[in-house]
Structures are given as structure tokens and as C-alpha cells.
Design a protein around this ligand. Structure first.
Ligand SMILES: *Cc1c(COP(=O)(O)O)cnc(C)c1O
Length: 374
């Protein structure tokens, strides 16, 4: 039966029938089959260029026999490790099935369906608007400045006493733009009493100086700031689904109350603890991304692309000529990058900073396509 006629018979929620699902990057398997390729390089989803930490792999294998057990609600062992490594009270931390889950939980706790609104930058990470819509919240969009920096005063003036959450991503996806802690804290202080400023720091570890860039060490200056972080990027655990939020204890308590008890699985919790221990892997990832980012930025610029400064593990650029065509030609060569149509930026592309050899192949193929020799 057609979905449309079924949803006429059954009382499906209208937000579900009109829902636009997430657009993920294309997968290696899909492109290998579509173009009959043996070798495919994926630089589309900002995954870790070095893969999974060897220590994490050993720990998952060692603990595989625990798969029959339920995990403990609240992932207390992981929360304890995180609290130690961040120097925070564990009552401020919530672990989730990716930071995606924390976004949804925050909206469910503070958003009143049909009443509250959410303020978002346009373009920004699509999960904010998807979960806000599903939770029955009104969405107010504020366009980014033309250089992709944040329009601080428009943000402040778009918020009202019915704004449950204002979402910011810094370093930002897809541009790589990074806001300073002073600007963020200053906005947080100017918001109405009932509004949370949710700062998504998925890429903070790739900033030149993460400690100076994040407001983490100055949380005591505000009571309405939530930080979101993830194990998907620096820690290389995207496939296991693990993220966390840092928030005021009252909010953490409410989220803990409504959260599905076992959304963080037992191996993800163990893997997260091991990932925090493997500082060698983490440092090597950071050094690889930061040094390769510089090389890619220079090389893309030399190839005639307009490259946006980035403190993340990806670069956004505008190629000379048609972005869609370039994306397609690269795909045919077995190189997957990210078109940004779903972000409303059809003339821009985003490429993840990969390993040196992967980046080399990408840059060589891009140069030959753009110079017309491919
Ligand atoms: C990758 C990414 C995340 C991480 O999401 P997970 O659910 O933790 O994998 C969060 N926010 C942004 C903006 C991202 O790009």
C-alpha cells in the first residue's frame, strides 16, 4: 500500500509525513558498486583519518563476551572517566547515543510543543531543525553573515522569552568558522532567563588552541550554557555512537530522568573509556589533521578554489566552475566528498581532512579535473 493512503487511514502525526530525513554522505560500498571501482576514498563525513584506536579495538575484543549484559543506565564508568579528564563534576555530564541523542533530549526537556521556539543559524547542522520540528517546536532561522561568521546581534534579537534553545556550532559545520569564548559567553549572558545556549563543540579538538577556544573553563560565568561533544570525530568512534553533553546539574538530572535507560550500549561505554586513555592516538589524530589541513588549504587555493579558514577536520571551498560537476567527476574517480546542496549551498563543497595519502590522491585528481587534463 502507498504510504500516503496508509497515513490517511492511520492517525500518523503530520510532522512525520512532512519530515525531510537527514542526508548522509555517500558510502564507500555504494560508490564502489555504482562505478565498478576497487579503490574508494571517503572524505565526506569528517571521520577520523587514522581509523579506530588500537587500544579501543583491543578493549572491544576483550569485552565482546559482555554483550549479553544490559549496560548500567547513565554510563557511570564513562561519566567518571570524562569527569576526571575534563576536571568537572560528574553531575554536569550526560552520555548519549551520539551527541544527536543529547540534542533530541534537550529539546524534549525544555521545549513545550506548540509553544516554544528554537533559534538556529542558516545554514547549520540539520539535526537541530529536524529534532526541533519533530518535537513540535517553532523554528526561527537567522542567516549567517556572508563570510559565514555569526550575526551576534541578530541572534540576540531573534530570541524571545519563548525561545527554549539557541543552537550554535563552533567550529562550525560546514564552514569551519570558529567563534571566540568571549563572544559566546557574552551572548549567553544577554539571553532571557529561560533560554539555553547550546554550543555544539563536535570539532573543538581540531582548533589550533582548544582550551583557549572553548568556554569550558569559564562555565561558572553563566548558568544557561550547554556544551555538546562527541566521540565520533577525534576519538574515531562514529560507528559506535557516543557523545556527551556538559550542562547545569538541574538539566542533567531532568535528562537522566527521561532518557531511554540503555541508549549507550555496553561496548560503546567501554570503548569511550579506552579512547580517553589512548592519548597517543588522540594526539596523533590532532597533529595529522592540523598539519594536513594546512597543506590542503594551500593546495586548494593554488588550484583556484576559494577556501574558507577552518579550525575543524574539514575544509569548505568554492571551486571555479560548477561544484556539482566537480563533485560528480571526483565520484567517478572513487573520491567521495560532500556536496552542500542539503545546506542550501549548491556552489560550495566540503572535504574532510584525511590521511596524507588520501589527501594526495584527492588533490591530484582535483587539479587534473580543474585544469581540464582529466
Ligand atoms: C559530526 C557532528 C556531530 C556528532 O554527532 P554524533 O551524533 O555524536 O555522531 C554533532 N554536531 C555536528 C555539527 C557534527 O558535524
Amino acid at each position: 500500500m502507498e504510504p500516503d493512503s496508509a497515513s490517511e487511514r492511520f492517525p500518523v502525526r503530520p510532522v512525520v509525513t512532512s519530515f525531510a530525513p537527514y542526508t548522509p554522505g555517500r558510502s564507500i560500498q555504494e560508490i564502489r558498486e555504482a562505478y565498478q571501482l576497487t579503490q574508494v576514498i571517503k572524505l565526506a563525513s569528517n571521520e577520523n583519518p587514522l581509523g579506530t584506536s588500537p587500544l579501543v579495538q583491543r578493549r572491544i575484543s576483550r569485552d565482546a563476551s559482555l554483550a549479553f549484559r544490559y549496560p548500567r543506565p547513565g554510563s557511570p564508568d564513562l561519566v567518571h572517566s570524562l569527569a576526571n579528564s575534563l576536571g568537572l563534576d560528574s553531575g554536569r555530564l550526560i552520555a548519549g547515543n551520539g551527541s544527536d541523542e543529547i540534542i533530541d533530549l534537550l529539546l524534549r526537556v525544555v521545549g513545550r510543543p506548540g509553544e516554544s521556539n528554537v533559534v538556529l543559524l542558516e545554514p547549520s547542522f540539520s539535526i537541530y531543525r529536524m529534532q526541533a520540528g519533530l518535537n513540535g517546536l517553532d523554528i526561527r532561522r537567522v542567516p549567517l553573515n556572508s563570510d559565514f561568521s555569526f550575526p551576534w546581534s541578530e541572534l540576540e534579537h531573534t530570541v524571545d522569552e519563548k525561545t527554549a534553545c539557541l543552537f550554535l556550532t563552533s567550529p562550525d559545520n560546514p564552514s569551519g568558522y570558529t567563534a571566540g569564548p568571549e563572544e559566546i559567553l557574552s551572548l549567553a549572558r544577554r539571553l532571557p532567563r529561560g533560554t539555553l545556549l547550546v554550543l555544539d563543540e563536535a570539532y573543538i579538538d581540531f582548533a589550533e588552541d582548544p582550551e583557549e577556544t572553548s568556554p569550558l573553563s569559564r562555565l561558572q560565568e553563566t548558568d544557561n550554557l550547554v556544551l555538546l561533544r562527541t566521540f565520533s570525530k577525534l576519538y574515531g568512534l562514529a560507528g559506535l555512537r557516543l557523545g556527551y553533553g556538559i550542562m547545569p546539574p538541574w538539566l542533567a538530572g531532568l535528562i537522566q530522568r527521561i532518557k531511554l535507560p540503555f541508549s549507550v550500549n555496553i561496548l560503546a561505554e567501554r570503548a569511550g573509556i579506552a579512547a580517553l586513555e589512548d592519548t597517543t592516538f588522540r594526539d596523533l589524530t590532532r597533529e595529522t589533521v592540523i598539519s594536513q589541513r594546512k597543506i590542503m588549504e594551500r593546495s586548494l587555493t593554488e588550484s583556484g578554489c576559494l577556501v574558507y579558514p577552518s579550525q575543524a577536520n574539514f575544509l569548505m571551498f568554492q571551486p571555479p566552475g560548477n561544484a556539482r560537476t566537480l563533485y560528480q567527476r571526483l565520484l567517478e574517480k572513487g573520491i567521495i566528498i560532500r556536496p552542500l546542496d542539503s545546506y542550501g549551498l549548491p556552489d560550495h563543497l566540503r572535504v574532510t581532512v584525511g590521511r596524507e595519502d588520501e589527501n594526495g590522491v584527492f588533490l591530484r585528481e582535483l587539479r587534473s579535473i580543474l585544469s581540464g587534463t582529466a
